[in-house]
Design a binder for this molecule. Structure first.
Ligand code: GLP
Length: 262
């Protein structure tokens, strides 16, 4: 794991957006795995800004989002489809037909999940998977005790996740109880992952993900078994890391090192 610790959340969003944009510029036909959540709002705002500054084209890019709430309409203000259109897709020249988000309703979530998984494979898999992390260590909506080899499926959200996402809804009753999420196995099959975490509320989950045992109790710890993961943190999110000075030594202020240290 490449652990990059930046002084501020501001620097994190600039560097994360830069890595995403570089991936698109290097391969205009990139298949990107995208994430939602408060952290990504800033990353996407910066990505839109940098895309315009560099006149970057997204016309041939394909995207797959990690997850979507189940049981709300996809055009509801709180859906991840609405979120993605609002924060990213409406501001770049991506082909709307090439932006995929798991369905939010239907009679057969199992079939919908299998179709989503097949669509990712059909596109040749994910080149770069962007990830946030939940305060309980979830990635996508793979809650603690999710199988570390899971594929796309319906998951029941924990109360902690529903509490954390209450801010996107008016009342707790409106916060969905289920989500369709790609699995940890799906995420692990991506060529490369970029996980972004900022703020002190993420510090315990970040510490367990990077330095704790590989365990389903912290789904993000599965990334310890991925060959190419970059974790971008601000100082607050890095607060609890025991080997923090080592990460700083290898990558002072988040800079790339001269040698590869995956
Ligand atoms: C949601 C998303 C996750 C995201 C997490 C953290 O639960 N499903 O993909 O990583 O939120 O979000 P935030 O950045 O708002 O803390």
């Amino acid at each position: 794991m490449k652990v990059l610790i930046f002084k501020t959340a501001e620097e994190v969003k600039v560097q994360a957006a830069r890595q995403l944009l570089m991936s698109v510029q290097r391969n205009p036909e990139s298949v990107l795995g995208l994430a939602t959540g408060g952290t990504m709002e800033d990353v996407y705002a910066e990505l839109v800004k940098q895309s315009h500054q560099h006149d970057a084209s997204w016309a041939q890019v394909t995207t797959f989002n990690l997850d979507e709430y189940w049981g709300i309409s996809s055009d509801s203000p709180a859906s991840y489809r609405t979120y993605m259109n609002h924060h990213l897709f409406d501001h770049i020249d991506v082909d709307p037909g090439a932006t995929h988000i798991p369905p939010s309703e239907g009679d057969n979530p199992e079939m919908a999940a299998a179709q989503y998984e097949a669509r990712i494979s059909g596109a040749g898999g994910i080149d770069l998977q962007l990830l946030g992390i939940g305060v309980n260590g979830h990635i996508g909506f793979n809650e603690p005790t999710s199988s570390l080899v899971s594929k796309t499926r319906l998951k029941t959200l924990t109360q902690s996740t529903r509490d954390a996402n209450l801010r996107f809804f008016d009342t707790m009753e409106q916060v969905p109880r289920y989500a369709l999420t790609v699995g940890i196995g799906t995420i692990m099959a991506s060529d490369e992952c970029l996980l972004v975490a900022t703020g002190s509320s993420k510090a315990p989950a970040v510490q367990t993900m990077i330095e704790g045992p590989l365990a389903a109790s912290c789904p993000a710890s599965a990334l310890q078994m991925h060959q190419k993961v970059t974790v971008m943190l601000d100082e607050e999110a890095a607060r609890d890391l025991e080997l923090r000075s080592y990460y700083q030594l290898v990558h002072p202020d988040g800079q790339e090192s001269a040698v590869s240290d995956g």
